[in-house]
Ligand binder design. Structure first.
Ligand SMILES: Nc1ncnc2c1ncn2[C@@H]1O[C@H](COP(=O)(O)OP(=O)(O)OP(=O)(O)O)[C@@H](O)[C@H]1O
Length: 236
């Protein structure tokens, strides 16, 4: 089967662990190319642990996980950087180098992921900054940008290697509602051009305004709105 017709994420009968503690048990789900999926659940229910497992930052001991064509059951640590080139990871705290310009922040990642040709690097840098609406910010330092603009830089950084999927862990958690909706809109726009998105969020309004499939961490299980209806409202 062609890689591009296979799911971008396929989790089969897996348990998610933190140290010796099982956070989610016996979970199975797939995310197809171009899908937008919310990940919800109360604080401590396992959203971050699941995302960390999917980007190979947390080990798992049961079942099988395939992400962007990489079998995480067998992946060697030397191959994890190659997996990470096929995915984009975005956190709540922006994690930019505070003492480097936007360009330097982005070229750091480019070099680390094998870019060498300066002209191509410059071109890609301009492209991703335009994509996130920050064409004029290349020489700014992070502290000269607003929180929303910093998160746009992080998204630009995640887009550099044309990932198949973005894993976003509460990407608007530190932003006020208006700025959050702009960032959310950017994720939707990126998704419309074919990149899958798995977004952990506590923001109920996103789901109300832009309904999509929901995975919910709930008392050690993962509920999937594509399989069963469940209650979205209430605290999560
Ligand atoms: N580094 C760690 N070491 C040990 N246990 C951890 C670690 N990180 C999280 N846990 C535990 O794993 C469980 C799931 O936490 P996780 O951070 O995945 O939840 P979450 O749904 O992302 O929460 P939040 O919405 O607050 O971000 C919790 O019981 C938490 O205490």
């Amino acid at each position: 089967m062609e890689l591009n017709s296979r799911p971008v994420v396929e989790v089969s009968e897996t348990d998610i662990y933190q140290e010796s503690h099982t956070v989610l048990s016996d979970i199975s789900f797939k995310i197809e190319k171009g899908e937008f999926v919310y990940l919800i659940g109360r604080t401590g229910s396992g959203k971050s642990s699941l995302l960390k497992t999917l980007y190979a930052d947390l080990a798992f001991h049961k079942g099988a996980i395939e992400v962007a064509g990489y079998d995480l059951t067998k992946i060697k640590s030397k191959n994890i950087p190659y997996l990470r080139r096929k995915i984009g990871i975005i956190f709540q705290d922006f994690q930019l180098f505070p003492d480097r310009t936007v360009t330097e922040n982005l070229t750091f990642v480019m070099r680390a992921t094998g870019w060498k040709d300066r002209t191509k690097m410059k071109g890609r840098l301009a492209e991703v900054l335009m994509r996130v609406g920050l064409g004029a910010a290349a020489e700014k330092m992070p502290h000269q940008l607003s929180g929303g603009e910093q998160q746009r830089v992080v998204i630009a950084r995640a887009l550099i290697n044309e990932p198949l999927i973005l894993f976003a862990d509460e990407p608007t958690g530190n932003l006020d509602p208006e700025v959050s909706s702009g960032i959310f809109g950017l994720f939707k726009e990126i998704n419309r051009s074919g990149t899958s998105v798995l977004m952990a969020t506590h923001n109920h309004k996103f789901i109300e305004d832009h309904p999509a499939r929901v995975l919910k961490c709930d008392e050690g299980k993962l509920l999937d709105s594509a399989e069963h209806e469940f209650e979205l409202s209430g605290h999560y």
